[in-house]
Design a protein around this ligand. Sequence first.
Ligand SMILES: NC(=O)c1ccc[n+]([C@@H]2O[C@H](COP(=O)([O-])OP(=O)(O)OC[C@H]3O[C@@H](n4cnc5c(N)ncnc54)[C@H](O)[C@@H]3O)[C@@H](O)[C@H]2O)c1
Length: 348
Amino acid sequence: MRIGLAGAGRIGARHAATLYEMPEVESLLIADADPCRAHHLAARLAARCAEVGVRDDAGAPEVVAVEAVEKVYAADLDGLVVAAATCAHAELVDRAMLEGVPVFCEKPLAADLDGTFQIVAAAEAAGVPVQVGFQRRFDAGNMAAREALASGRLGWLHTVRSCSFDPAPPPAGYIPASGGLFRDCVIHDLDLVRFVTGRDVVRVMASGSNRGDDFIREYGDVDTGSALLVLDDGTLGLVSATRYNAAGYDARLELFGSKDSVVAGLDERTPVTALPEPGAGPRGAYGGFMERFSDAYDAELRAFVDMAAGRRASPCPPEEAMEAFYLAEACERSLREGRIVGIEEVRR
Ligand SMILES: NC(=O)c1ccc[n+]([C@@H]2O[C@H](COP(=O)([O-])OP(=O)(O)OC[C@H]3O[C@@H](n4cnc5c(N)ncnc54)[C@H](O)[C@@H]3O)[C@@H](O)[C@H]2O)c1
């Protein structure tokens, strides 16, 4: 298969490494708004640098850096992976759909509600398969938690909690284009709550704080945020995120049911210390999302290649991403206005 990659930054490099390892991928075309980045990534792959690809020479795909993003569309692609900056997603996805090319797009599909709504409508009209990059759906623990709930083993759910605690803030330049903590980060937890419970959220009450560096506040964002969710069957949810969890990266899902409770993401690398034994702290705490979700990133792209080859439907179609975006939007509104926000208020 001939796969294009638009965006050769942090996550683009991670996805390139996965694609490089896949036997189905015969050719990988890399593009970036900054052609140097595309060339650099292609060179790292071709050199089979230790941190990216290790596939042996005999089966390694052809890797080509293209000078302009436009050129990937002329390459008769079997699929396109969009890992560019958020502001570029909608245009890149739209163009791929016009060309009839199946797309994997990193979350979020677009930077704002209107843009997301338009791209979801366009995807429905185009009928081209689109997968949005909510990799937590592919995490083994999260999938097992979903199955445990569906099996009835947990009884009825009274509480679901999901957190995204980053060890340190991203570079200051990332914040103004991020869309804010709820659209950028908590959106993963919001999607996961819907995916694991199979329920919709009807209203949210969010709050946030700024106790860290000033630059996040100065951009009008919060460095820590939580939202209480009310699901349509009465289950309560709590989603929370911070940019300041120096103990390590903590992404955990907890399901508390009338019969039993389970947690996904709790292992010896989870950055919490059980007290009163001070020696019972984590061993080699997760440093970031790349480590915590390494297997999930691989699995979501394997699913994408299967989808692009026509072997499966999208595991995270645009309308699911739309629902997660509605929830994030409702949380942002609740945060700004200090009140409970019903999802119907933001739904188009
Ligand atoms: N699913 C996840 O866990 C996860 C993790 C990190 C980032 N992301 C998402 O991935 C996207 C990229 O994040 P990142 O951290 O890799 O950012 P980054 O800044 O490291 O990389 C973005 C790259 O996109 C390029 N770019 C910008 N406009 C472009 C265009 N029109 N065409 C091609 N390339 C373009 C930039 O030059 C840059 O190289 C964001 O939307 C982010 O929300 C998702």
